[in-house]
Design a binder for this molecule. Structure first.
Ligand code: SF4
Ligand code: SF4
Length: 206
């Protein structure tokens, strides 16, 4: 295979065919897992080959500034089968699944579902989580749904704060949310709690 690498840029991946300019800032295209793309497609139900890299998703994502890669670049990594890089980045963990990207995507690509799948694969394969605190937050959200059938945001925040031992950061925001009744003091149980718990027991929810 000829020398070909991808330039690591936050918002884009650029093919570099200049043999003289190889550096750690480039991804080696020989490091591809050609089964990875179809694995992600099967598990997420998303055909990433439809992405034409218009970057609309990157421009709409509220968190792209904090991510290692723009959401469109992660899709590119999956398309190319660059498995290690697709599983080892902060983007997949910072994605909150708001779907702003997929609503704006001209091809209706469900970027959040792809990121979900990448997170699952990363956990299954024991890959160290780029944003470990966020994994804890995800777990607290799921635990809340398991307990009540819906999220109890105040409890999630308190548990997360206890884990981080970080009680005072964002305290002002929390108090303002409480004063505006954006946070319920007590949890409200869903009438379908048994159905929801059975989904957890059947393993349909991680
Ligand atoms: S908006 Fe859709 S087509 Fe455009 S780069 Fe993002 S995922 Fe690809
Ligand atoms: S779903 Fe994820 S990638 Fe898409 S806009 Fe929201 S945070 Fe960004």
């Amino acid at each position: 295979m000829s020398h070909a690498e991808l330039c690591l840029k936050k918002d884009r991946l650029v093919l570099n065919e200049n043999e003289q300019s190889s550096s750690k800032d480039f991804l080696d295209l020989n490091d591809r897992d050609l089964n990875f793309t179809s694995e992600v497609k099967t598990r997420s139900g998303v055909d990433v080959s439809l992405c034409w890299h218009c970057k609309t998703c990157m421009n709409g994502c509220p968190f792209s500034e904090s991510m290692d890669y723009a959401p469109s670049a992660v899709i590119r990594l999956v398309q190319l089968g660059l498995k290690n890089e697709a599983l080892n980045n902060s983007t997949i963990w910072l994605c909150v699944g708001c779907n702003t990207c997929s609503i704006q995507c001209p091809n209706a690509i469900d970027v959040a579902a792809v990121n979900d799948t990448l997170r699952e694969i990363a956990i299954e394969q024991g890959i160290s989580v780029a944003e470990p605190d966020i994994l804890k937050f995800h777990r607290e959200v799921l635990n809340s749904i398991k307990r009540y059938g819906r999220t109890h945001k105040l409890e999630i925040m308190l548990r997360y704060k206890a884990y981080r031992r970080d009680w005072f950061a964002d305290l002002g925001v929390g108090l303002r949310m409480l004063s505006k009744r954006k946070l319920d003091l007590l949890p409200a149980k869903s009438p379908d709690i048994q159905v929801i718990r059975s989904l957890f027991e059947q393993g349909k929810v991680a």
